[in-house]
Write a protein that binds this ligand. Structure first.
Ligand code: ZN
Length: 380
């Protein structure tokens, strides 16, 4: 569902902080985790999200062969990705996209986007093991390097109320999308950020999975258009911007650069360095100003079609600073929602119904993040 990504336009991963090597004297890879790992509950399972930066400190090219994540003692394996699996999980800075191998030139880096679920209790500390080959003139030389121990964040999850009123909504995101929110890095002031690490695009559906009635080009025909947008917690409005106008049709809507991708938006400071972002809001609908206190459940705006978007939807994320791009995306959960089903192929959205949930006992979700492309109803 490429057309619905709102902040996918520009990936500017141009600079890195260099990390400490676990065994620098051997010129083996450096490992760095700039942010996180962050835990969130999805489908009842504690799930970790973070990015592992691997930099080749050798004077030879380095082939990434296998990445394993283990507990701190090295005795339990959580994931083990072969070169092929690893390739779908990383991007290599300054490498031609045509390359079929995971090869880091001397001095270059790979960003590995990691998400995995623990079967039961999450580990408190993890380590990474990279198996690699150095590609020397005289042949290859196999090696293996381990990262330093990484602590898993132990802060309690941020649990929020509903961002939209009752109704059926599809929560659109998928960590594996190469140009989805989760993988788009913005460099602001020389530092890299992923504001959309946990972003969700909400689109309203009818009972049969359609998001529009009649001509889909007319934004007023979209079920979610002009729906109430709600404060998810008590807070203070950090910013509100309402100067963007809408096109009446999807086809007439222009493209916007990253710095204007939000369209009309509200950011809400809910305390503890948690700033909630609501984007693409309807012109003239914003009811709050910066500095104004709001109560959880209060209507603050209407869902609209402004900024970089190709269909009316609500872009929602939480970040650690009041900046749409120069801030790190934080995990969050919703207090109460009913899981109706999911799309295994989001490309079928609008043309086919979702796959219903087989076991209704598991439909009532509390303090969870909706799984990718699931269809949910928020409970009051
Ligand atoms: Zn979005």
């Amino acid at each position: 569902m490429k057309m619905l990504y709102s902040l996918i336009a520009i990936c500017m991963c141009s600079s890195f902080c260099m990390g400490q090597s676990s065994n620098r004297q051997l010129a083996t890879p450096d490992f760095k985790i700039p942010f996180g790992p962050e835990l969130v509950i999805i489908d009842g399972k504690p799930t970790l999200y973070y990015e592992l930066y691997i930099t080749n400190r050798s004077t030879d090219s380095l082939l990434l062969q296998k990445l394993t994540v283990l507990d701190a003692s090295g005795s339990s394996e959580f994931i083990s990705w072969s070169e092929k699996e690893l390739r779908s999980r990383h991007s290599i800075v300054k490498q031609s996209h045509q390359s079929k191998r995971s090869i880091l030139a001397p001095g270059s880096s790979a960003i590995v986007y990691i998400e995995f679920a623990f079967k039961q209790t999450p580990a408190i500390q993890i380590i990474h093991q990279l198996d690699y080959q150095l590609l020397k003139n005289a042949g290859t030389e196999a090696g293996s390097a381990r990262s330093a121990i990484t602590k898993v964040a132990s802060t309690p999850p941020l649990v929020l109320g509903a961002p939209v009123a009752s109704g059926t909504w599809v929560a659109i995101y998928e960590p594996s999308w190469e140009r989805g929110h989760r993988r788009v890095i913005y460099t602001v002031g020389g530092k890299d950020y992923i504001p959309g690490r946990f972003a969700i695009d909400f689109i309203r559906l009818d009972a049969t999975g359609h998001y529009v009635k009649g001509d889909s080009d007319s934004i007023r025909n979209w079920y979610g258009y002009s729906n109430d947008v709600l404060a998810v917690a008590d807070g203070v409005v950090a910013s509100s911007l309402g100067t963007f106008q809408e096109s009446l049709t999807v086809s007439a809507h222009p493209k916007f650069p990253a710095e204007k991708a939000t369209g009309n938006y509200i950011s809400l400071d809910i305390g503890n360095n948690h700033i909630v972002f609501y984007e693409h809001l309807k012109p003239g609908s914003i009811k709050v100003k910066a500095g104004q206190k709001v109560k959880k459940g209060e209507v603050i705006a209407s869902l609209g079609f402004t900024g970089q978007t190709t269909g009316p939807h609500l872009h929602f994320h939480v970040a650690n600073q009041n900046a749409p791009l120069g801030a790190e995306g934080l995990p969050y959960a919703f207090e109460n929602f009913i899981l109706r089903g999911r799309y295994t192929d989001i490309g079928k959205l609008g043309s086919e119904p979702w796959i219903p949930l087989p076991n209704t006992d598991q439909a009532n979700k509390k303090s969870e993040r909706p799984a990718p492309n699931t269809v949910i109803v928020f409970k009051p």
